[in-house]
Design a protein around this ligand. Structure first.
Ligand SMILES: C[S@@+](CC[C@H](N)C(=O)[O-])C[C@H]1O[C@@H](n2cnc3c(N)ncnc32)[C@H](O)[C@@H]1O
Length: 314
């Protein structure tokens, strides 16, 4: 197993502050990856425990080796974090002292994943992270209608040339289905305006992101997870979510705002009698971003946004 792809955990100081660790707390790292954040937690509080989910068996193995020295203080489950209620049942834990999600994929996936996440390499267009993903990226490109492809590229990639690219994919597959990352990247480059094709970001960036989100149902998984998470947090527990694009960040922000205390008294009521229900308090209210020093050392941190909320008595 390659270990040279040790991923730098994003915003290490901010995550530890955000989680406000308790000495003997039990934490969920829902996106274990190479185990960078889990290791920070385990090191900072020598009596705390971490339950971790990772849907990709290959990277879970990297984390297992990295974290071996922490023994029974870390339990790794090779599942989607959507399965959290089952995981907690298995662990005999009812509620957690904190949860961290560091969404998306890791440098390992781009550099050593071999599953077509990067258009810089020539690999099969797979993009499945876990065993629950049914269709590969090549299957999506081969079987979705043109309209469905437009929806995926536009909604999940915010790709302004979604319609042109979808049309080109459909035209191409009448001859031969797209199988490789480089085939897709060059088809995109040929079918967008020259200015866009040679712009600041590679013209295939957004479509690759969109396919990955579709293949792994990333936004639905996040929504489902958030829907059930409040009852799994102890009062005072922190929920920390790092996202790397605005689609995820919007879901997290709306979720946190939607669960803040808010008045539900009838309009025009003379005084508030509802007790303002709400189970989360954002700390702070705005997203936290990496400082310039971290971005200089780890350019991936540039687009990271950390949102933190505390479970409150309701
Ligand atoms: C950005 S990396 C996490 C890196 C990690 N925090 C570290 O410091 O090493 C995200 C990881 O979460 C995993 N992942 C993404 N979505 C997941 C999900 N729904 N369930 C379980 N694992 C997931 C990915 O396979 C990837 O390994």
């Amino acid at each position: 197993m390659k270990t040279e792809y040790i991923h730098e955990p994003v915003m290490p100081r901010e995550v530890l502050e955000g989680l406000a660790l308790k000495a003997d707390g039990v934490y969920l790292d829902g996106t274990l990856g190479e185990g960078g954040h889990s290791e920070l937690i385990l090191r900072r509080e020598p009596r705390c425990r971490v339950i971790a989910c990772e849907q990709d068996a290959a990277i879970a193995e990297v984390a297992r080796m990295r974290l071996a020295e922490y023994g029974d203080r870390i339990h790794i489950h090779e599942v989607n974090f959507e399965e959290l209620p089952n995981v907690l049942r298995e662990e005999g834990v009812r509620r957690l002292d904190g949860i961290l999600l560091d969404l998306g994929i890791s440098s390992f996936h781009y550099e050593a994943g071999g599953r077509g996440f990067s258009f810089q390499r020539d690999e099969a267009l797979d993009m499945r992270l876990g065993v629950t993903a049914r269709l590969s990226a090549a299957d999506v490109l081969r079987t979705y209608s043109e309209d469905e492809l437009v929806r995926v590229f536009r909604d999940y990639g915010e790709e302004r040339y979604a319609a042109r690219i979808a049309r080109a994919v459909v035209r191409q597959r009448a001859d031969a289905a797209l199988q490789r990352t480089q085939e897709l990247a060059s088809l995109i480059t040929k079918n967008v305006p020259a200015q866009y094709a040679h712009g600041r970001i590679h013209p295939a960036t957004r479509v690759f992101q969109a396919l990955r989100i579709e293949v792994n149902r990333e936004l639905d998984v996040l929504r489902n997870f958030l829907d059930g998470v409040l009852d799994l947090l102890l009062v005072g527990a922190r929920l920390c979510v790092i996202s790397f694009h605005s689609l995820e960040d919007r879901i997290v922000k709306q979720y946190m705002r939607g669960n803040e205390p808010h008045c539900v008294c009838p309009r025009g009521a003379l005084r508030c009698t509802c007790g303002c229900p709400g189970k989360l308090r954002a700390v702070p209210r705005r997203a936290i971003t990496a400082d310039a020093e971290e971005v200089r050392k780890n350019p991936r941190a540039r687009s990271a946004r950390l949102r933190v909320a505390e479970r409150i008595e309701a």
